[in-house]
Design a protein around this ligand. Structure first.
Ligand code: MRU
Length: 345
């Protein structure tokens, strides 16, 4: 892939600015944890696994910023840094998974010098990023087997290299099928209101030379009914113990349309996206974002001033609509309760 989503370089965090794509490919530098937290909130970086990596790197930056005479003071301030990260976005569980992992590593080295703990945190953040890339490739290998030769695959939002440390989850499956020589095509839903499909998925697939056709969200049913879609593959922000899956708003509609048209609908996600502490999807917290994302396009109003707006950023697809959950450890089908538990256990 010819871009880097996020990396740690010279004690700075570098991120491609996803609010500027596809018009401009700009890389921002971050030197403090507060600005990393703002970048996550402001969607400079987005996508569940990428948010996890950003939070981990933000915590590593925060650990370097802490001025403390005692271990007690250091750990108190580190806990504040983690709290700031945890307040950025509520739905993608990878954020909380990464924070927990960073806290655990710091705790495991509680008796060491502060300089040592800071270094351990830096290395752990980099490890999370490197592992994520490998995990996406493994998801791709498992998922590619489900994509028939000559398939047209519909995807929603961006679950690509931009949403991960690279390669992607749903787009990882598509990339792996393409790399295996299958002549596949992609239909990308534009994904209102934030246009992750039009701005990001279309951009990264075109860059890789994978045939992609952009459609607006309300066209998916039309193409499914005409028999032009072979299967759907999407990412996930949080998967409950029974397989119910939170993903970008509009995913549920795609899944229901797919079922109605007898088209398999797959979810691709790392094990870190599982939240087995939640029995079902109704327990997943759903982020509501600013009304302006719905009423304006690139700063221009597309709705009357003062209109009442709702803007949930995610929805939950019940497990019964999902033909398989593709993870780095294999594909889970049928009894999700049992299959997902086995993956973690
Ligand atoms: O609001 P976003 O852009 O962070 O939402 C992203 C999605 O919903 C993705 O599909 C999901 O995080 C999976 S990314 C591999």
């Amino acid at each position: 892939m010819s871009f880097r989503t996020i990396e740690w370089r010279d004690n700075k965090v570098i991120m491609i600015d996803q609010t500027r794509l596809p018009g401009e490919e700009i890389y921002n530098e971050y030197e403090d944890f507060q600005s990393v937290a703002e970048a996550i909130k402001g969607m400079i970086i987005r996508g569940a696994p990428a948010i996890g990596v950003a939070a981990a790197m933000g915590i590593a930056l925060g650990a370097r910023e802490i001025i403390a005479d005692t271990h007690e003071s250091f750990f108190q301030q580190l806990s504040n840094v983690c709290d700031v990260m945890a307040r950025t976005r509520p739905t993608a569980v990878n954020l909380f998974w990464a924070i927990k992992r960073m806290k655990r590593v710091a705790d495991a080295h509680r008796d060491r010098e502060l300089a040592y703990i800071r270094e351990v945190l830096r290395l752990e953040a980099i490890r999370i990023e490197e592992e994520d890339l490998e995990i996406c490739k493994a998801i791709g290998r498992h998922g590619a087997k489900l994509i028939p030769e000559g398939a047209t695959v519909l995807t929603h939002c961006n679950a690509g290299g931009l949403a991960t440390a690279g390669y992607g989850t749903a787009l990882g499956v598509i990339r792996a099928a393409h790399d295996a020589g299958k002549k596949i095509k992609v239909f990308a839903d534009e994904t209102r209101p934030w246009l992750q499909g039009a701005r990001l998925t279309a951009w990264e697939l075109m860059k890789d030379g994978i045939p992609v056709t952009l459609i607006s969200d309300n066209m998916a049913g039309f193409f499914m009914h005409k028999g032009e879609i072979t299967c759907c593959v999407v990412g996930a922000d949080r998967i409950a113990a029974n397989g119910d899956t939170a993903n970008k708003i509009g995913t549920y509609s795609v899944a229901v349309l797919a079922k109605e048209n007898n088209i398999p609908f797959y979810v691709a996600a790392p094990v870190s996206t599982l939240d087995l502490s939640l029995a079902g999807g109704s327990d997943i917290p759903i982020e509501e974002r600013h009304a302006r994302e719905v009423t304006h396009l690139h700063g221009f109003p597309v709705a009357p001033e003062g209109i009442s707006v709702r803007n949930p950023a995610f929805d939950v697809t019940p497990a019964r609509y999902i033909a398989g959950i593709i993870t780095e450890k294999g594909v889970v089908r049928g009894d999700y309760e049992r299959g997902l538990k086995k993956l973690v256990g």
